[in-house]
Design a protein around this ligand. Structure first.
Ligand SMILES: C[S@@+](CC[C@H](N)C(=O)[O-])C[C@H]1O[C@@H](n2cnc3c(N)ncnc32)[C@H](O)[C@@H]1O
Length: 369
């Protein structure tokens, strides 16, 4: 069972393959239920939330109605499920991970899981995996994907790994969690049918090695699926998008610099890097999808509005946690400086006229027979 609130806007439109760019094939979906997979089309905004884009005085929805009040209604249902499980915390000696592992941020990941699953039409993966017997979820976090996939494939053995023991104790019988740093040499048997890697941005120094180890530990014919966010906040409002001094631009540039300085890139989902490294690891049949995901409930499309509300909730509760380690620990900012930037970013994101979004990338590929 996938733990999602129902969403009437989801239709049963099938995934349809369309020609992609010259190097990689691209999947596209019927726009009636989801996003343009090529992420090139502008997302239409809802005037009842945004008002007149060109008129600063015309405020249809306040900043809070775009992000916070409107997310309050979905918050409790998610937390109800997740707070049934206890959580503990553990620091890793081998990877200094930038993202907090307290309850608030771990449950933020469950919110991200919820909206990503909505985008995928309640699917937990896009790779055409059939009757998998062994599945690995690398960097499982709260374990929500591993638990759901174990429910979906009761005959499969599912292992979730992480450097932190923040996973629940009440889990399906065919699911287990292990403390393991994905950056070290893997000691698993080389017999997985499917290896899933999601949202490890900032936690990996050598992505090429991660993908090579994934390749080595799959059976011939097995699949990898790697899902990563591009942290650049984009805007469908040209005034914001073209403003080179906007906090959206400053924010991601700081993260890129901090990631480069720490040797753990925040650019893995940019410039075709995931695709290139996965292909270089030896994988074939590579597919790349890129989704535009609104932040806040400003989109007109009902699915995007719902996804945007979830994403707004995720960002709203994660923003300061995102910033603290990269800016204070790596770049040496004071706490007050970090707070000021976070406040600017929060204000900009919460303004419905900012029409903010970022993109998620999914790459899946097969180990040759
Ligand atoms: C943002 S969370 C995503 C969790 C999960 N994959 C998801 O999408 O719901 C990232 C997780 O990766 C874990 N992580 C980061 N670096 C890691 C590493 N080198 N090896 C194993 N886990 C790692 C973190 O501890 C954290 O729980």
């Amino acid at each position: 069972m996938i733990h999602l609130p129902s969403l009437e806007a989801l239709s049963d439109a099938p995934l349809a393959r369309k020609p992609g760019d010259t190097q990689f094939s691209t999947l596209e979906v019927d726009a009636s239920w989801a996003l343009d997979m090529s992420a090139k089309d502008t997302i239409k905004f809802d005037p009842s939330v945004v008002g007149n884009l060109d008129d600063d005085a015309d405020v249809a929805g306040s900043t809070t109605s775009s992000l916070r009040e409107s997310t309050a209604s979905i918050t409790s249902s998610i937390y109800e499920y997740r707070t049934l499980h206890g959580r503990s915390y553990q620091a890793s000696n081998t990877t200094e991970y930038w993202f907090p592992t307290d309850d608030r941020h771990v449950s933020g990941n469950d919110v991200a899981h919820a909206y990503l699953t909505m985008l995928m039409k309640n699917k937990l993966h896009l790779a055409p995996v059939e009757n998998p017997k062994k599945i690995l979820d690398v960097g499982t976090g709260s374990g929500i994907w591993a638990i759901d996939i174990a429910d979906q494939y009761p005959d499969a053995e599912v292992i979730g790994t992480d450097i932190s023991s923040v996973q629940p104790k009440w889990i399906p019988a065919n699911c287990s969690f292990q403390i393991d740093d994905a950056q070290l040499d893997w000691t698993f048997r080389k017999d997985f049918d499917f290896i899933y890697i999601r949202n490890l941005i900032g936690g990996i120094g050598d992505w090429a090695k991660l993908y090579r180890q994934t390749f080595a530990h799959l059976k011939p014919g097995g699949w990898i699926e790697s899902v990563e966010i591009d942290i650049e906040t984009l805007s469908e409002n040209p005034r914001v998008q073209n403003d080179q001094n906007h906090v959206f631009k400053r924010w991601c540039q700081l993260f890129w610099v901090a990631g480069d300085k720490a040797g753990r890139t925040f650019r893995i989902a940019r410039d075709g890097t995931m695709q290139k490294l996965i292909e270089e690891a030896g994988f074939t049949d590579l597919h790349h999808l890129r989704w535009k995901v609104p932040i806040g409930g400003w989109a007109q499309d009902p699915l995007l509005k719902q996804v945007g509300l979830y994403n707004g909730l995720y960002i709203d509760q994660s923003l300061d946690g995102f910033a603290l380690f990269p800016l204070a620990q790596i770049l040496g900012w004071t706490f007050e400086e970090v707070e000021t930037l976070v406040a600017d970013m929060r204000k900009a994101i919460a303004d419905p006229k900012s029409l903010p979004l970022f993109t998620w990338n999914v790459v899946y590929a097969r180990k040759p027979e």
